[in-house]
Design a binder for this molecule. Structure first.
Ligand code: TYM
Length: 326
């Protein structure tokens, strides 16, 4: 039986990379009748890099509004805040005791964040161990994520193998589920992934004018052809990927449609698609923002169920390691 788990940090507005690499996939998976489907706002992961305490609570609820506006259905899934399910942290502590530091300080995301934020805290190093606990506390076996998270899924499998071999069979292997948009690149530098940095990404809540401006300023490649060629035309290929995924049309359709046309015409077409795709999302987002009590209720109901589910795994692991005798 399929048990699905994934999460996103509430560090700033969600962007098209988060949507196409993760959330679009989550929405498709929730309709496939999995045994369990949990989607999480990773608010404890979010505090491993600089954040503003006074704004953080609102940011967390904003992220919940974005999840619901994108189409996550609380009748089919659990929508939780990581900090509200203390069992994640308890399991992470147990995992810490069997995880060598050398498994963590070689991970690319750790090195990247260290370089970017200069905040060398233990939480940043330990980040993937908490991720493993997030996933395994629900005994999830399918994790829909973007490509950058793959090393963390590998680490989760290393940790569970060590738990199984040290304390007895407890967890089944975990598989990553990658979407066609698993690697959406920055609009300013197609060698870098799209991130929350201004101008590099389009936020789901950007206004039509902001979107127009960002796509206008997006870098293009030399030559004039609108052609998918990741090696020689990485910027246009990235824009074609976004265009195709948002309109559910093939990249080859766009190559034909824009044959002999300019980058400006291509960018205008893409802008219209992004703006009209985000319009219904933004309408629903504002409705949820104006009904924040309803959103909090969805979270609280989900969190109660998640705590019950999580406690079962925690008890099993505590018994296996001997801190609970029965
Ligand atoms: P985060 O918040 O960095 O990203 C959330 C999800 O969005 C995907 N993503 C992208 N996909 C395609 N192109 C991009 N440019 C792009 N940028 C981001 C990420 O791959 C991710 O799927 N550590 C996680 C949150 C987390 C988690 C978990 C995920 C915590 N616990 C357990 C899975 C399972 C993170 O920081 O994601």
């Amino acid at each position: 039986m399929t048990r699905i788990f994934s999460g996103i940090r509430p560090s700033g507005k969600l962007h098209l990379g988060n949507y196409l690499g993760a959330i679009k996939n989550w929405i498709e998976l929730q309709d496939k009748n999995p045994e369990l489907c949990v989607f999480m706002i990773a608010d404890y992961h979010g505090i491993t890099t600089p954040f503003e305490p006074k704004k953080y609570g609102e940011q967390i609820l904003d992220t919940a509004c974005e999840f619901l506006a994108a189409g996550l259905n609380p009748k089919k899934i659990l929508l939780i805040r990581q900090s509200q399910i203390h069992q994640h942290i308890e399991l992470a502590w147990i995992f810490n005791t069997i995880t060598p530091i050398s498994w963590l300080d070689r991970l690319p995301t750790y090195k990247e964040q260290l370089e970017k934020t200069k905040s060398n805290n233990v939480g940043l190093l330990d980040y993937p161990v908490l991720m493993a606990a997030d996933i395994l506390i629900y005994k999830a076996n399918l994790v829909p994520v973007g490509e950058d998270q793959l090393p963390h899924i590998d680490l989760t499998n290393e940790i569970l193998k060590k738990i199984n071999s040290t304390f007895g069979q407890t967890f089944e292997p975990v598989k990553a589920h990658l979407a066609p948009g698993a690697r959406i690149m920055s609009l300013q530098d197609p060698a870098k992934k799209m991130s929350k940095t201004e101008d590099e990404g389009i936020a789901l809540t950007d206004s039509p004018d902001q979107i127009r401006e960002k796509i206008k300023k997006a870098v293009t490649d030399s030559g004039r052809e609108i052609k998918f060629d990741e090696k020689n035309k990485p910027a246009i290929s990235n824009l074609l990927t976004i265009y195709s995924l948002l309109s559910n049309k093939q990249i080859s359709d766009f190559e034909k449609e824009y044959e002999g046309k300019s980058y400006v015409e291509f960018k205008n077409g893409l802008t219209e698609t992004v703006v009209s795709f985000l319009k219904p999302f933004q309408k629903k987002y504002n409705q949820f923002k104006n009904n924040i009590g309803e959103v909090e209720k969805v979270l609280e109901d989900s969190e109660e169920k998640a705590r019950n589910e999580a406690q079962k795994t925690l008890n099993e692991v505590k018994q296996k390691i001997g801190v609970l005798s029965r």
